[in-house]
Design a protein around this ligand. Structure first.
Ligand SMILES: [Zn+2]
Length: 431
């Protein structure tokens, strides 16, 4: 009894969510230059913009800390990324301008599937009504992005060739874009070519592996990020129509559903990767590059029993080590902030979030990866970056952290944004 009491006392220690620092972090990213590490992300600038704008929205400060003119400027920049033939480019660097764009050169300035999804989400988050979005053109372009096997590419190349993509990320962004732009009204889209929903569902189902998780494509290793994309895509399809045959991955009691839940819950781990130096001395020169090389040669000559003896010692969990538990994305990996999102968001869409140990996830995020300057790092002791900062916040929002807006797990945006989407004309069901 005494130890149980000690334990509960430990769990009630004050863990602080540093809201004001997170606001400052996202404002710095919005209003000053990003660190040079982001240079290689230039062609993906829409994604960085999404994390920044959605982060401030989640913190409830987008409208308080930016002016109307600033928000209008962001909206204009997004529309500047719209391609005349439908869809959005990821940044303005490929834009020739309307006078110089011709059928012969437009292949060099294509819309791409992920950027289109994120552009629409940013516009919605900023309160735009999407009235300037080339909605029909975009949906037509999207149907041409789907491959024969049901998956989606990234861009259309010359002669309408579908290029890039092919994994579940593009399936999720394709289904998400269709969800946003198609809505439930539908009457104004009669006669337009839709994507092949059955083929998309079949492709996603084929990506589930023997262990219950879902890989990026059929016969690939289970991965939480791709699992999220699979469940996200299916959720978008399911929300728009209940007339198709039941999707097993979304049906409690069905084998695929239950085995996926088990796999997702098993991703929660107290292996944080923060104690690499402990025990390093046992290996002597293990940090020395030559030593590592020699070690592998030596191990290669050992018997199986001797090799087993060389494996690192896995220390049993202790009361202390179990205080923090984040999530990994694959078996035998350390916890990583973004996986606190990918796994719990998937479970949220499957209505199984209650199976997660929220207290230990919160402690992991707030005590191990929340950064002193605001934002979250990928792992223990890492500097903050936009992706991990946003997903750290969303994971906490799922757990109803005070000071954060509620988030829709499929659109990965605040409920306020989703409500705004559902108020648009093509979302108004005919009476
Ligand atoms: Zn990560």
């Amino acid at each position: 009894m005494a130890s149980a009491l000690d334990y509960s006392e430990t769990m009630t220690e004050v863990v602080v969510f540093n809201k004001e620092r997170h606001i400052k972090y996202f404002l710095r990213c919005l209003k000053t230059f990003l660190p040079d590490l982001y240079t290689s992300n230039d062609s993906n600038r829409i994604l960085l913009a999404y994390f920044t704008v959605a982060g401030l929205d989640l913190l409830g400060e987008l409208h308080n800390r930016t002016t109307l003119e600033e928000r209008q400027g962001y909206i204009e920049w997004i529309y500047h990324c719209q391609v005349p033939s439908g869809g959005f480019r990821g940044f303005t660097g490929t834009d020739f301008g309307p006078e110089r764009r011709t059928p012969a050169n437009e292949v060099w300035d294509p819309a791409n599937v992920p950027s289109t999804f994120f552009a629409l989400l940013i516009l919605l988050t900023l309160g735009d009504d999407l009235s300037r979005v080339k909605r029909t053109e975009c949906l037509q372009w999207l149907s041409r992005m789907q491959r024969e096997n049901g998956s989606f590419g990234e861009v259309l190349g010359s002669d309408e060739k579908i290029e890039g993509g092919g994994d579940l990320r593009f399936c999720c962004f394709g289904a998400g874009t269709r969800y946003i732009l198609r809505g439930t009204g539908e009457e104004d889209l009669v006669g337009d070519k839709d994507i092949d929903v059955d083929k998309l569902v079949a492709f996603i189902e084929a990506c589930q592996t023997y262990d219950g998780g879902i890989g990026e494509a059929p016969f690939c290793e289970s991965h939480s990020g791709h699992t999220y994309c699979a469940i996200g895509a299916l959720t978008f399809l399911d929300r728009l129509s209940k007339n198709h045959k039941p999707i097993e991955l979304l049906t409690p009691g069905a084998g695929p559903f239950e085995s996926l839940v088990r796999w997702l819950v098993a991703r929660q781990t107290s292996e944080l990767g923060d104690d690499e130096d402990e025990g390093g001395d046992e290996r002597g020169d293990s940090h020395d590059a030559d030593g590592v090389e020699n070690l592998s040669v030596t191990v290669g000559e050992l018997s199986l029993d001797a090799k087993a003896d060389q494996l690192p010692v896995i220390r049993p969990a202790t009361k202390d080590s179990l205080r923090w538990a984040g999530f990994n994305g694959r078996c035998n990996k350390y916890a990583d902030t973004c996986y606190s999102f990918w796994n719990t968001a998937s479970l949220h869409m499957m209505d199984r979030l209650g199976l997660v140990d929220v207290t230990r996830n919160r402690r992991y995020l707030l005590e191990k990866t929340q950064h002193i300057v605001g934002g979250f790092g990928k792992g223990v002791g890492e500097p903050p970056d936009l992706l991990h900062s946003y997903f750290g916040l969303v994971s906490l929002a799922f757990q109803e952290e005070p000071g954060l807006e509620c988030v829709d797990p499929a659109l990965c945006s605040s409920y306020r944004t989703v409500q705004h989407l559902h108020s648009l004309p093509w979302w108004q069901k005919k009476a």
